[in-house]
Design a binder for this molecule. Structure first.
Ligand code: XBP
Ligand code: MG
Length: 253
């Protein structure tokens, strides 16, 4: 009996390295289009990623870094409009193929599907961003590979709250102990752990120094047969890339 019934994937930073050259660029294009002097450098964006959710992140930016900027009475509406524009820019960026899947992601998804695992997504990002990423990297049919795409505002509290994972588990009607989560950030790991999920982390440029205590495995990426992963924490039990063999050998945390 397979130990895990389903694999639940975070999106940004996990399926693809979307933040620096994707979301950040889209935010800046939306700011410029709106005639704002807001410009999120690679370094500043790394600080802003402490807050999940693009709308919440813009508010955090104003509160923490732009106390000089006079906030209008209809700030909520303004942020909503900016976020809509940003999402348009982001999905257009994805359509150019600018953001590929990370190593091992397509292979693992395909192996899991063939082996009959359930697949799910649990992300803070906007649903349109998820479908655009899947469409432009795996083709339009790939959206149907996932039993549930739990994304964005569908839950009241974003990561590190566990809400989005609770929602995904509920939709699949599976207990957390039968599901394995894949994340890239400390906020994401905390969210999955609060939902009592065993979690594998693949770090990226923005998250490599985060605290991943309690993750079952911390890797630089899922790897490929000809592109071994680097193990930052945990026991890969002699494997050099993440496949279903290793998946089933992982201890439940
Ligand atoms: C990452 C996020 C998102 C994206 C931006 O989500 O926190 O907010 O940075 O997307 P995850 P939106 O790692 O959970 O996939 O602007 O649509 O929020
Ligand atoms: Mg992430």
């Amino acid at each position: 009996m397979a130990k895990w019934q389903a694999l639940i994937f975070d999106v940004d930073g996990t399926l693809a390295d979307t933040e620096r050259d994707g979301h950040r660029v889209a935010f800046n294009r939306a700011f410029q289009e709106a005639g704002l002097d807001w410009d999120w450098s690679v370094e500043l964006y790394g600080k802003l990623l402490a807050v999940t959710g693009g709308k919440e992140r813009m508010r955090y930016y104003l509160d923490q870094f732009r106390r000089d900027w006079p906030q209008p009475a209809d700030l909520t509406e303004m942020i909503a409009q900016l976020h809509k524009a940003k999402t348009k820019h982001y999905t257009e960026l994805l359509a150019t193929g600018a953001i590929p899947l990370r190593p091992g992601v397509q292979r693992l998804l395909s192996e899991a599907r063939t082996a009959g695992y359930g697949l799910a997504i649990a992300t803070t990002t906007t649903p349109a961003n998820v479908t655009a990423l899947l469409e432009h990297t795996l083709g339009p049919d790939s959206i149907g590979w996932f039993e549930v795409i739990a994304a964005g505002d569908i839950v009241p509290a974003k990561k590190p709250a566990p809400d989005i994972y609770h929602y995904a588990l509920g939709e699949m009607n599976l207990p957390p102990e039968e599901c394995l989560a894949f994340e890239d950030s400390e906020n994401g790991l905390i969210s999955a752990q609060k939902a009592r999920l065993t979690t594998v982390v693949t770090v990226n440029g923005y998250t490599q120094n985060h605290d991943f205590s309690g993750a079952t495995l911390v890797l630089d990426c899922l790897g490929e047969p000809e592109q071994p992963f680097q193990v930052l924490a945990g026991n890969p039990q002699g494997r050099t890339y993440f496949n279903l063999d290793l998946c089933q050998a992982l201890p439940r945390s």
